[in-house]
Design a protein around this ligand. Structure first.
Ligand code: ADP
Length: 626
């Protein structure tokens, strides 16, 4: 199974970016924390220092307490004014001294005219006069956008054990200079941290590219391996984890190549085994759809492999009506598939077996197709033969039984019937003996135990000899063979002038010719001319025997040499025929590497041909020369 890999990595997803980001964030956070602590501390220190700077010293305070306690107000006010002017500095925006009655006794830096001698309107001053507790606060002035520090300090004169409040000092100072210096430091800090972050990020990209380059290379190499190219190698930069990974990737490529090669050669071997198998083989997937089919299977099923791949095996074997896939999976038995068509017979034995993983999971079926047409035919013929033999033996036996019963029932005493009945039983016995003998010689030939005694024979002479015997039988009035009895024939000979020498088993060959001659006479009730020919072609001798008898129907011509076949059973049996003569003849001629066949027109007559392989024999010429 192939896993889809998204080849394109966007910059934001890359390790490059991630490392740089982590780096930058780390730097930023560090700077933030350090900055925050530092700036906070700086601010506190500055404010503290500022307060120290603006607050009046104890000396001034005592001086003021003395003046406020003095009864000479005008003088005291002048002295207060001069000390306030001395204490004044650029940070202080306003300073007032108010006595315990709330009267303003001195001031400095007050823009809106002198208020000395007037009662104060400032509620905060009044509150401090009243409570005797000092007050400090910072406020923000919207009009000029500055922050101000206000401090109202009560002044006490101590007489004896009692402290009496004699007045307050009101002080207001612009703090903006403190904030400005803190702000400028903060700004510097932010700029520095941003710059450091940017530089850090660039550095991180450079450093991370050193890490990602080998990773990139390995990625490309694994892509090549996946595409089947094992030739490349990853460069090993060092002996760190990435270097070891690179080495492993290289090892992996070698191993995959080996594995691929061995699986390729395995597949080729399997392919060649499959394609050279004499049996058809098809494999299917779990759903029974064909995945592999070999040439032989295609030939058996008369299909193209491209057409059947992916199709259900049930449809391809045309067994969907009789079987389901479940049947095939559950009981893998042999199934006979009849693929016969008008042209030829084909019966296949389909053997199914499961393709199973170790876990027991069934991943498909293998179907082996074996051609059993011949086997089936042989089986059928054997069954047919056994039934034929039993039938052929039963018929004469039943008829003999009935004759013997009749004789037993008293017919033996009847001198007119008894001899006839006995003759019939004797004839039937003879016929059965003939049949059994025929069957025996056929069986011997079938089993290959018959050895032919080949000798070089002049065929012209042999044929003449056989025909002479038939001529003799015809001439003899007293001949009593069934076939020739009372019939009038002429045997015509039409032989080549050349002597044809062939190697044959004389006895067996005479048997064949006798059989054909006897049939010619037997199946020609009206007599006629029997023409016997002997001629040679380039490498064959051909004998033919033509009669003017009943002939053989066209439909039976193909079966005439089958065992027990007779065109007209009743007639043949009446003539003492067994239906085995031509079958034996065929076997004998085939053992001579020859052929036997027939031409016939029903009602007109038949011609039987025998052809034997022939090599021109030069012996005579040699003898002549001698
Ligand atoms: P059978 O013992 O019945 O003659 P054969 O094998 O010799 O058996 O012949 C098989 C059948 O072929 C015969 O029963 C007959 O029907 C047919 N046959 C053979 N020779 C001839 C022929 N010359 N003319 C017509 N039919 C023939």
């Amino acid at each position: 199974m192939e896993i889809k890999v998204n080849k394109k990595i966007r910059f934001f997803q890359s390790i490059h970016f991630k490392i740089a980001l982590v780096f930058a964030l780390l730097l930023l956070i560090t700077f933030q924390i350090v900055g925050a602590v530092f700036v906070q501390r700086l601010k506190t220190e500055n404010i503290k220092e500022f307060k120290q700077r603006v607050e009046l010293s104890t000396y001034v305070d005592n001086y003021l307490i003395n003046r406020l306690s003095s009864t000479n107000t005008t003088k005291a006010n002048n002295e207060i004014k001069s000390i306030l002017e001395d204490a004044n500095n650029e940070n202080i925006s306003s300073i007032q001294v108010v006595d315990s009655k709330g009267t303003i006794r001195g001031e400095a830096n007050v823009n809106d005219g002198s208020t000395v001698g007037q009662k104060t309107t400032n509620t905060k001053i009044k509150r401090v006069l009243y409570s005797g507790r000092s007050l400090t606060e910072t406020d923000y002035n919207r009009n000029d956008g500055n922050r101000y520090y206000t401090s109202i300090t009560p002044l006490f004169s101590s007489t004896g054990n009692t402290n009496t409040i004699v007045g307050v000092v009101y002080l207001r100072a612009n703090m903006e200079s403190v904030y400005q210096s803190v702000n400028s430091v903060t700004l510097m800090f932010v700029t520095a941290s941003l710059m450091a972050t940017a530089i850090g990020m660039v550095l991180a990209v450079v450093v991370s590219s050193a890490i990602t380059r080998p990773i990139d290379e390995m990625k490309r190499q694994t892509e090549r391996i996946a595409a089947g190219d094992y030739s490349g190698k990853v460069h090993v930069y060092g002996n760190d984890e990435l270097g070891q990974l690179a080495m492993e990737v290289n090892n992996l490529a070698v191993r995959i190549e080996d594995a691929q090669e061995s699986s390729d050669s395995e597949r080729r071997r399997l392919d060649s085994v499959l394609s050279h198998m004499s049996d058809g083989v098809a494999a299917t997937d779990r759903r029974g759809n064909i995945t592999i089919i070999n040439e032989m299977a295609c030939e058996y099923l008369d299909v193209d492999s491209e057409d059947v791949l992916g199709k259900s095996i049930l449809d391809v074997l045309k067994i969907r009506d009789q079987h389901t896939l479940r049947d095939l999976l559950e009981n893998q038995e042999d199934i006979l598939v009849d693929m016969s068509d008008a042209g030829h017979d084909l019966i296949l034995n389909a053997y199914f077996s499961l393709i199973q993983r170790e876990s027991g999971f069934i991943s498909g079926l293998v179907c082996v197709l074996h051609d059993v047409t011949e086997q089936q035919k042989v089986d059928r013929e054997r069954r047919q033969f056994v039934s034929n033999v039993s039938h052929e033996l039963r018929t004469p036996l039943t008829s003999m039984k009935s004759y013997l019963e009749a004789l037993n029932d008293g017919a033996w005493q009847n001198p007119e019937i008894a001899p006839t009945f006995l003759k019939v039983t004797q004839d039937e016995t003879d016929r059965m003996i003939r049949m059994v003998n025929d069957l025996l010689s056929l069986s011997r030939m079938d089993s290959g135990t018959v050895k032919l005694e080949f000798e070089l024979v002049n065929l012209n002479e042999l044929f003449n000899y056989i025909l002479d015997r038939f001529d003799m039988m015809l001439k003899k009035d007293s001949n009593d063979t069934k076939e020739t009895k009372g019939k009038n024939y002429t045997i015509k000979r039409d032989f080549t002038k050349r002597d044809l020498w062939v190697e044959i088993d004389t006895d067996k060959f005479i048997q064949v010719v006798d059989n054909i001659m006897n049939n010619a006479i037997k199946y020609s009730p009206d007599g006629g001319v029997i023409t016997c020919r002997l001629l040679e072609t380039h490498n064959h001798v051909i004998m033919s025997i033509t009669d003017q008898g009943l002939g053989i129907p066209r439909k039976d011509l193909g079966h005439i040499f089958d065992r027990f076949f007779r065109v007209d059973k009743a007639r043949s049996r009446a003539q003492g025929g067994t239906g085995l003569g031509l079958a034996i003849s065929k076997e004998v001629i085939e053992m001579h590497h020859g052929k036997i066949w027939v031409d016939s027109i029903e009602g007109k007559g038949s011609t039987f041909y025998i052809s034997l392989p022939y090599e021109e024999y030069e012996g005579e010429d040699l003898w002549d020369e001698e």
